[in-house]
Design a protein around this ligand. Structure first.
Ligand SMILES: Nc1ncnc2c1ncn2[C@@H]1O[C@H](COP(=O)(O)OP(=O)(O)OP(=O)(O)O)[C@@H](O)[C@H]1O
Ligand SMILES: Nc1nc2c(c(=O)[nH]1)N=C(CO)CN2
Length: 198
């Protein structure tokens, strides 16, 4: 049937076509991104798994790899002032642009009742965008790569496990950055595991 001559078939507006494409990463040119997850309040493992599942449930986003879980000393605060963190890194493919991915990360944090009060305060969940494709940007709303990722063993160690050849754009190889910062206070928890959503 020639639909263009059928008055009952309406042409699909371009904006709708774009939405449909954005809803399925298999349809259009997905980008790679690296997400860091951290939790030091409540049931830390359950929360990390919930965040992985929530990422996978996002239209236009697929989780491609999930790192081992690390138990880590709180970084950037007085030693002993906070519970230890569970940290993991997730590799995704997505058709969401960076600002929508950031928004989705904030929505996941809200869903897990993250309270924002003090800087680097304890939290049920932290969702950081470590890198998005090779983009380098110093926009404070979304700095890429994450401005402190290259100095955080709790990001570099799990990322290295699932992508040993990875680079932090503009900073160098994850392997070398990890050697430079060391693994002190970052312990693999081989007894724990996050599931890669099916
Ligand atoms: N790459 C990024 N990933 C996530 N948030 C970012 C990024 N770059 C800038 N931001 C901005 O940082 C703001 C504060 O984020 P957040 O409260 O998660 O910081 P934090 O986790 O306490 O500290 P840190 O940024 O050192 O990890 C966010 O509202 C966001 O706009
Ligand atoms: N070990 C550890 N320390 C932190 C973490 C984190 O995820 N793990 N996140 C912070 C703010 O993003 C500050 N300090």
């Amino acid at each position: 049937m020639n639909t263009s001559s059928d008055p009952t078939v309406q042409p699909v507006p371009a904006s709708v076509v774009e939405q449909v494409d954005a809803a399925d990463v298999t349809l259009s040119n997905p980008k790679r991104a690296v997400i860091s997850l951290g939790s030091n309040l409540g049931n830390r493992l359950e929360t990390l798994q919930g965040a992985v599942d929530a990422l996978e449930d996002t239209p236009g986003l697929r989780v491609k790899a999930v790192s081992p879980v690390y138990e880590t000393e709180p970084w950037g605060v007085e030693p002993g002032s906070q519970p230890s963190y569970f940290n993991a890194v997730v590799l995704i493919k997505t058709t969401l642009p960076p600002d929508s991915l950031l928004e989705r990360g904030h929505a996941i944090e809200e869903a897990f009742l993250r309270v924002r009060d003090e800087r680097w305060g304890p939290r049920t969940i932290d969702v950081d965008i470590v890198a998005y494709q090779g983009i380098v940007s110093d926009d404070p709303r979304l700095t890429l790569p994450h401005p402190r990722a290259h100095e955080r063993a709790f990001v570099l160690a799990p990322w290295y496990d699932i992508e040993p050849e990875a680079e932090v754009p503009g900073r160098g190889a994850v392997a070398e950055l990890l050697s430079a910062v060391g693994r002190t206070g970052v312990l693999p928890r081989a007894d724990l595991e996050l599931r890669l959503p099916e």
